[in-house]
Design a protein around this ligand. Structure first.
Ligand code: KIV
Ligand code: ZN
Length: 519
């Protein structure tokens, strides 16, 4: 039977989360997983359960609560990893998959693992067989496949198939391959490995040379029927194959790819991209294909004229097909709790009563300051609510004076929660109003953060747009802690973001566990 269907394996929550600065809490991961199910991905790699109790619990929760896609957990070919993955995905029942991986290239064998080829073959077989004891659906990845000797790659793949692997993923772990070469590797292995017809071959590419999407396309031209990637292309180092780009390349150039297609509901792409960007505090560059703000913006007069005459003159896709321009009526300060709750539900968030109440309180504060509250504003409020940060300190009052002839001064009043709630106040001067406010917060909370990164973005349109500030601060132990805050006033948003990072630091402090290295 001719198989033209490409399975989409989303690893936003695993490889995507390995992107420095993009870590998410379990609630954020759950919201993303639910949206990935609406997007229609076939497999969600929900995490790497052995890494920490948090990762295990998050994979387990997704396996329990997200319906539709296959839920996959990653494991090295190590018994404790496989056991953790098998237990975490158990609630998904027949929709559970274990993905085992093992370095196979000479570099990995000699320098990382210290093993010869025969030992690698044995470990691969053992890993697949152990995983088979938990589930039927087992994926095997010879890590660094694209730099593995072809003959040995064929041997490992054959051994993994014989041991029961149902999907063989051949990753370009370091983003080293070129499209022609990566495509040839698939053709070679599929033609030579015994049992190749029984399994699905998968491509997993990294973008170190900017070739991740091109390589994935070359793989499917040469027989791969599963593609792994992430939303917005986030991931280790330069990232992974951006799924939205891969899917739209196949669809837009159906003529070239002779009907190969995925089951993705492309109209959900923009919504998913925004959610991921929001939840992992990773802005989408304006010029990013498909999901960047400029992806369908036409600057030149000649282009604008052409578009008005016939859209196709300068547009190869209809922006509506990927979910642009689907705007809902915005809410206003007159909207009631029920309207806000209904919009949250429509946006796909499953909120408890207390969550809705807290969001509604912030919604009212914002509704007083701006005319319309858009879906993106609401999403920013949801993000603040589900950040799972114990609110040790909250902002009660902020007043700043600044100007070109004034020393910037901030007066900050904070409330401290706990057995003995207290209200404390201080004033500080600084190099600017944000600096002054942050210095006052440091003194009041007795912390000392070094601001390593600061970004401000307008969440929605208009002069009264909600400004969302993301900060990354180092509180002395070298770890970058992210904080986020939103307000129509950017100084207030900055203070809220910094306070969010302080609370996160205080919440983590002492209880932080070292995580094993990720692949
Ligand atoms: O890039 C890689 O090789 C991986 C494996 C775990 C599949 O992410
Ligand atoms: Zn990877």
């Amino acid at each position: 039977m001719k198989d033209d269907r490409i399975r989409i394996f989303d690893t936003t929550l695993r490889d995507g989360e390995q992107c420095p600065g993009a870590s998410m809490n379990s609630r954020e991961k759950l919201e993303i997983a639910r949206q990935l199910a609406r997007l229609g991905v076939d497999i969600i790699e929900a995490g790497f359960p052995v890494v920490s109790e948090g990762d295990f619990a998050s994979v387990q929760q997704i396996a329990r609560e997200v319906r539709g896609p296959i839920i996959c957990g990653l494991a090295r070919c190590v018994p404790k990893d496989i056991e953790a993955a098998g237990n975490a995905i158990k609630p998904a029942g027949k929709r559970g998959r274990i993905h085992v991986f093992l370095g196979t290239s000479k570099l990995h064998r000699e320098f990382k693992l210290g093993k010869v080829q025969d030992e690698i073959l044995r470990l691969a077989v053992d890993g697949v067989q152990r995983a088979k004891a938990f589930v039927d659906d087992v994926e095997f990845s010879p890590e660094d496949a694209s730099r593995t000797e072809l003959d040995f790659l064929v041997q490992v793949v054959e051994a993994a198939i014989a041991a029961g692997a149902t999907t063989i993923n051949m990753p370009d772990t370091t983003g080293y391959a070129t499209p022609a070469e990566y495509g040839r590797m698939f053709r070679h292995v599929i033609e030579r490995a015994k049992g190749a017809k029984k399994v699905i071959f998968s491509a997993h590419c990294h973008d170190d040379l900017g070739l991740a999407v091109a390589n994935a396309l070359a793989a499917v031209e040469n027989g791969a029927r599963q593609v792994e990637g992430t939303i917005n292309g986030i991931g280790e180092r330069a990232g992974n194959t951006a799924l939205e780009e891969f899917v739209m390349a196949l669809r837009t150039r159906r003529d070239f790819f002779r009907g190969l297609d995925t089951g993705l509901k492309a109209r959900e792409i923009v919504k998913t991209s925004r959610l991921v960007s929001q939840m992992c505090s990773f802005p989408v560059p304006r010029n990013k294909a498909i999901v960047g703000a400029n992806a369908f913006a036409h600057g030149s007069g000649i282009h604008q004229d052409g578009i008005l005459k016939k859209r196709e003159t300068y547009e190869i896709m209809d922006p509506k097909d990927v979910g642009w321009g689907v705007t809902e009526l915005p809410l206003t300060k007159h909207s009631g709790r029920a309207a806000v709750a209904a919009r949250l539900k429509h946006l796909g968030f499953k909120m408890t009563g207390p969550d809705v109440n807290a969001i509604f309180t912030r919604f009212k504060e914002i509704g007083d300051k701006k005319k319309f509250v858009y879906d993106d504003d609401l999403t920013a409020l949801v993000e603040g609510q589900i950040a799972e940060v114990p609110e040790t300190w909250s902002l009660d009052y902020l007043n700043v004076t600044s100007g070109n002839q004034t020393v910037p001064t901030a007066t900050v009043r904070l409330k401290k929660a706990g057995a003995k709630p207290e209200v404390v106040q201080d004033a500080g001067i600084g190099d600017g109003p944000v600096d002054a406010a942050l210095k006052a917060i440091d003194r009041l909370t007795k912390t000392r953060g070094r601001l390593m990164d600061y970004s401000l973005r307008a969440v929605s349109q208009g002069k009264d747009a909600l400004g969302e500030v993301t900060v990354k601060a180092d509180f002395g132990d070298g770890e970058l802690i992210t904080g986020k805050g939103a307000s129509t006033d950017v100084i207030e948003a900055s203070a809220r973001a910094y306070l969010n990072a302080v609370n996160r630091f205080l919440g983590n402090h002492g209880g932080r566990k070292a995580k094993p290295a990720r692949p």
